[in-house]
Ligand binder design. Structure first.
Ligand SMILES: [Zn+2]
Ligand SMILES: [Zn+2]
Length: 331
């Protein structure tokens, strides 16, 4: 089969003859129709994440069931599906407690195991989710949206709260739309005018750090934020906005960074600040599908680029254009 393979750091190759995945008794073979490019895919390409090479990346995908293992009940070929990427072991202490995203023996399709930048991917039946009438392109957003839903729920948001989202990428946009749908006043900070405009069209108040310094933005545009979301992975930027969190405010750490966040210890104590990390998810796919199906979030506007596997290779090699929100490859 044809696949986009990471053979080493900074080495993405189109292989026309990659061996077809062989499915076990409890697995299915999915013929890929659409797959989204995620920040994690770039990290895998740059060798900043993952378990080594070779690897076919791609964990935000949708397709059609091509083949079903011998011991798989209730699924038939031709069904339109997506899949939950993490594959928990089911028997470690975290799995026993139902905290599957913390599984210590966790595998992950497209991150630690071969993924969906290919014609086919194999998936354990436990991870298959039907997309029914959703389009393949929309269904590629189920995974990132599911992760965002988990973070939003962990923030314990209340109707009418004020939220500031740092970052204009796919997750920043999804956070802004989900918080809007929950009756919040949402602000988004970013530098790219095109990406900010996309959020503005969804009723988000936009703040351009290209036009004004962060200090001016804080002085003029915002005060007393209930929830601050780092959807970009920039601790230093987050530090600048911590003083606008009101007493009892929450910081949601979602963006990925190995950096350090410097906070005043007294502020955390006196203002009763909460710092809430949120990593992946295992159980939020059906909620994400409901939000997409009912157009609670509008992902059409987030597909800024699309193309083929060859175009994804070029995207890896050349780097992200500034106006990229989501690239969808159609296979
Ligand atoms: Zn992703
Ligand atoms: Zn486990």
């Amino acid at each position: 089969m044809k696949a986009l393979v990471l053979e080493a750091k900074f080495k993405a190759v189109i292989n026309e003859n990659f061996p077809m995945p062989e499915i076990g008794d409890n697995e299915v073979l999915v013929k890929i129709k659409a797959v989204g490019v995620c920040g994690t895919d770039f990290k895998l390409y740059r060798g900043e994440y993952g378990d080594g090479y070779p690897l076919i990346p791609g964990h935000e995908f949708a397709g059609v069931i091509e083949k079903v293992g011998n011991k798989v009940p209730g699924i038939t070929t031709g069904e339109k599906v997506t899949a939950v990427p993490p594959v928990p072991c089911g028997h470690c202490s975290y799995c026993i407690e139902g905290q599957h995203n913390h599984c210590i023996n966790r595998m992950a399709i497209g991150v630690l195991n071969d993924g969906a930048f290919a014609e086919y991917v194999k998936v354990p039946v436990t991870n298959i989710v039907s997309i029914n009438e959703l389009s393949f392109a929309k269904a590629t957003f189920v995974e990132p949206l599911a992760c965002v839903i988990r973070a939003v729920e962990r923030s314990k948001v209340k109707l009418g709260e004020k939220v500031l989202v740092l970052g204009t990428g796919t997750t920043g946009q999804l956070f802004a739309q989900v918080f809007r749908s929950m009756g919040c006043e949402v602000y988004m900070l970013g530098r790219n005018a095109i990406k900010l405009k996309v959020a503005e069209q969804e009723g988000v108040n936009i703040l351009s750090s290209k036009e004004k310094s962060e200090a001016d933005i804080i002085k003029v545009n915002i005060e007393r934020i209930d929830i601050l979301v780092d959807a970009i992975g920039q601790p230093q930027l987050t530090e600048k906005f911590m003083p606008v969190l009101r007493k009892g405010g929450r910081l949601v750490v979602f963006g990925v960074s190995q950096g350090t966040l410097h906070l005043n210890y007294f502020d955390i104590y006196r203002k009763e600040l909460q710092i809430i990390g949120s990593f992946a998810q295992q159980e939020k796919f059906s909620q994400a599908i409901m939000l997409l199906k009912n157009n609670v979030v509008n992902v059409d506007a987030l597909i800024s680029h699309q193309g083929s596997l060859e175009d994804v290779k070029e995207l890896f090699d050349k780097g992200k254009p500034a106006d990229l929100i989501k690239f969808i490859a159609f296979i």
